[in-house]
Design a binder for this molecule. Structure first.
Ligand SMILES: [Fe+2]
Length: 479
């Protein structure tokens, strides 16, 4: 009897071990041959200043309203603040409309910026290619962008995700790979230029080189900005102590359109996605402006209009890399239960210079006296993805905790970017692409089932039924 019991226990043990193996995540051992982690020299042609008197440079656009019918066009001129206007239209060389911008400059220690222009171009048609021109005379420059499809349940859209980009040869490789991806807008998860690694005058100069570096993409499609620690720039040694100064001067966000009181946190809706941008380095605990704003913004999310709910932040909430380990805990403790309650589809973060993807897990039952202190599988939880591998001068974060935690699905310390391609209300394709020595090489990909519309056939059937009877019944729960 005893031996039978023992055999049963052994069998169970083997079975459980097998199950654990079946769910185990992947730690890729691939080591890519990389360029050294040094910035491209300041006089390199990748940072070339456009020719001509007062020629617009560092041109970039971002969404300008809540629903994707406006863009903010920004650029810098070196010599004069005028003209600060954009002419634009729907056919090439024919600019039937004009929008007035405003120009300002700032000093940073002894650095004096050029004239920074921001111009809101509104009232655009969905799904339309617009051509625009800025500057005057021989120095004028022409660009174009495409507006997204209208806010709709099944509007397809392809986003790119880039983080911690910097301005090295690895950064250039990431940007070049990204530009081949066919994605239509960048969700940028913080740490832009790494100009704060320089001192005095060079901080401003390296913001300028970065602006010229990303123009090749950012002038033609919106980059949705979130701020990282390298945007803080707290430098008492040279008397610069106002956080996020350079970033806020140069990179506008449409924060007022989502009733935010601060450009560092806001939301936009684009095609079938509702995108919430959070600031890891602004107060977020209970009763702070960011906390109050997020509570209200989550109530405004309408999955019947925008099925996909995406959150951007800089510090990952789930990270099993030794770099920045546990730094996301404070925000996780405050916001994770909301992300589960509102069924966020995916949370993108940067900060850690490696790639990592989680399973759907949560850790919201712990309180100071309960013993529930480990993440558990949770179908209502988001997938957490860290894409801090843009390629900056600090290099890769190659040391992962060992063993790989159960919640971690895939991790690899290589440079790259991701794409998130929404097909319809139920399905999206996700890819991570590492920069494999000049070749685009997908290494982690999966199909995301929408948390509201697509997680089970049963839910979809209930939804059908709900649509039939919705006129008489309110508030049916499908969980
Ligand atoms: Fe960072």
């Amino acid at each position: 009897m005893e031996s039978m019991l023992l055999q049963l226990i052994v069998t169970l043990f083997v079975f459980v071990s097998f199950l654990n193996k079946g769910n185990a995540g992947i730690t890729s051992t691939f080591i890519r041959s990389e360029w050294p982690s040094i910035d491209i020299p300041i006089d390199n042609e990748e940072f070339a200043v456009p020719k001509g008197h007062n020629a617009p440079q560092q041109v970039h656009i971002t969404q300008g309203d809540y629903d994707g019918k406006a863009v903010i066009i920004s650029w810098i001129t070196a010599d004069a603040p005028e003209p600060s206007k954009v002419v634009y239209g729907t056919s090439e060389k024919t600019y039937e409309f004009t929008a007035e911008g405003r120009a300002s400059n700032y000093t940073f220690h002894k650095y004096k910026s050029g004239y920074i222009h921001h111009c809101l171009v509104g009232g655009l048609q969905y799904n339309t290619k617009y051509y625009y021109k800025i500057g005057s005379g021989d120095s004028a420059r022409e660009f174009w962008f495409k507006t997204p499809p209208k806010i709709d349940l099944d509007s397809p859209y392809k986003f790119g995700i880039i983080g911690d980009l910097g301005q090295t040869y690895n950064s250039l490789s990431t940007l070049q790979h990204y530009m081949q991806s066919g994605a239509e807008a960048v969700l940028f998860v913080g740490d832009l230029s790494y100009a704060d690694r320089y001192r005095y005058n060079d901080v401003g100069l390296r913001w300028d080189t970065w602006g010229r570096f990303v123009e090749r993409s950012a002038a033609y499609q919106p980059w949705i900005w979130s701020a990282g620690n390298h945007e803080i720039e707290y430098f008492p040694y040279m008397g610069e102590v106002t956080p996020f100064r350079s970033f806020l001067e140069r990179y506008a966000t449409p924060y007022l359109a989502s009733k935010s009181s601060n450009p560092l946190w806001y939301a936009i809706r684009r095609a079938s996605a509702h995108i919430i941008v959070l600031s890891s380095y602004s107060p977020f605990v209970k009763y702070t402006p960011q906390w109050e704003w997020l509570r209200e913004e989550l109530k405004r999310v309408d999955r019947e209009k925008t099925p996909w709910l995406i959150v951007l932040m800089h510090i990952p909430l789930y990270n099993s890399n030794e770099a920045h380990y546990m730094e996301g805990e404070s925000m996780r403790a405050v916001f994770e239960s909301w992300f589960v309650h509102y069924k966020v589809d995916v949370v993108f973060a940067g900060h850690v210079h490696a790639y990592e993807r989680s399973y759907r897990v949560s850790n919201i039952h712990y309180n100071i006296t309960s013993g529930d202190r480990y993440p558990v599988p949770d179908k209502a939880a988001p997938v957490y993805i860290t894409v801090g591998d843009g390629g900056n001068q600090e290099g890769l974060a190659g040391r992962f905790t060992d063993p790989q935690p159960d919640y971690s699905a895939f991790r690899e310390a290589s440079y790259g970017h991701s794409t998130f391609e929404i097909k319809n209300r139920t399905h999206a394709f996700y890819h991570w692409n590492r920069n494999d020595d000049g070749k685009k090489s997908p290494t982690d990909s999966f199909v995301l089932h929408n948390q509201y519309w697509g997680s089970s056939l049963r839910r979809r059937k209930l939804k059908k039924r709900h649509n039939l009877i919705r006129s008489t019944v309110d508030g049916i729960s499908f969980d």
